[in-house]
Ligand binder design. Structure first.
Ligand code: NDP
Length: 303
């Protein structure tokens, strides 16, 4: 099993050391500003865990909470204030935004040098050209995991299921730049199992519980499960998890979180990221790495 927490601990230790060095030179600590529009409970939890980790690292952080009725113009004005604020190194607009907000316009308004989530078209373009500045945290974390676990990418066949701007596309780019032969699959891909069974490295970023079964996986392949799916149907959970289901947690919460990959794929795969506990922790780890990088760049120290 590939546990993201282990890699996260290593990343955070490196971030803490680099931050200490930075502070020792009299520099202000890296500062992350998070914009949260609305009161979606899952988003609130994500934002809290991000800002808590920032505080633990000695970073400055703030969450700007905006009413769910806030207009696009109002959110844009907040982003522009943060762009102008010299104290702010990184800006993160928590997604999803309420439906009435123009998400693209808001993400496009973030200063590319403060765009620690890597969603700005300038950063997307730099990634496409193979000279990335800020890359979306989840695929960046997956590359970090493959690298640190010494899983060879060059010359391998990587299959990415999912083509979103946040995970699938940047993941495919990062694997391509590391010399994998990359196939991108999506909802219109026929014979998905046949395609994915060719993968030495299979990344699933779909959002469908248990989509990937043993039949999708070549024996010995590395399987990275990005999917985060809340399932409340007990029968579905019994079918997916069998005896491994944590029914005590289910009774407390009324749901369990599962990935896109059936856990019994572990018997076929060479390595598999569990859900939860696999890719998730890496995303926060990389956000801190990117915020530190933004701070160092803005203070004239490349990283
Ligand atoms: P999106 O909904 O934006 O994209 C999902 C992709 O899956 C689309 O490209 C879609 O194809 C494809 N897809 C849907 N159904 C199928 C199918 N039956 N067969 C093949 N492909 C299919 O999701 P995201 O990329 O934002 O997120 C994907 C998952 O990863 C979600 O569960 C999300 O919660 C999780 N996630 C986890 C993170 C972490 O930190 N661990 C971070 C970000 C996301 P099409 O384009 O044709 O519609």
């Amino acid at each position: 099993m590939l546990y993201g927490k282990v890699i996260q601990d290593v990343l955070l230790a490196e971030v803490a050391e680099a931050t200490e060095t930075m502070l020792a030179t009299g520099s202000a600590p890296p500062h992350l500003s998070v914009v949260l529009v609305g009161d979606d409970p899952a988003s609130q939890i994500y934002v809290r865990s991000k800002t808590r980790k920032c505080e633990a690292m000695g970073f400055g952080s703030e969450t700007i909470i905006m009413d769910s009725e806030s207009s696009t113009d109002k959110v844009l004005a907040t982003v522009q204030d943060l762009n102008r604020n010299p104290r702010v190194d990184g800006i993160l607009v928590q997604l999803p935004l309420p439906d009435h907000c123009d998400q693209q316009a808001i993400l496009d308004a973030i200063d590319p040098d403060k765009d620690v989530d890597g969603f700005h078209p300038c950063n997307t373009g730099l990634l496409a050209q193979g000279r990335p500045q800020f890359v979306p945290a989840t695929p960046a974390g997956i590359i970090e995991m493959l690298h640190r676990e010494k899983i060879e990418i060059s010359g391998k066949h990587a299959v990415v299921i999912g083509r979103s701007d946040i995970v699938g596309k940047p993941m495919a780019m990062l694997l391509l730049h590391r010399h994998a032969t990359v196939t991108i699959c999506h909802s219109r891909t026929p014979d998905l199992a046949v395609v994915s069974r060719n993968a030495d490295i299979l990344v699933t970023a779909v959002g469908r519980p248990g989509l990937v079964t043993r039949e999708y996986v070549k024996p010995g392949a590395t399987v990275i499960d990005v999917g985060i799916n809340r399932v409340s149907d007990r029968e579905q959970l019994e079918n997916l998890l069998g005896d491994a289901a944590d029914w005590k947690l289910y009774d407390e919460r009324g749901y369990l979180v599962v990935g896109d990959v059936r856990p019994d794929v572990a018997a076929v795969a060479g390595a598999l990221t569990p859900v939860p506990g696999g890719v998730g922790p890496l995303t926060i780890g990389m956000l801190l790495v990117h915020t530190l990088r933004a701070a160092r760049r803005r203070r004239g120290r490349a990283m």
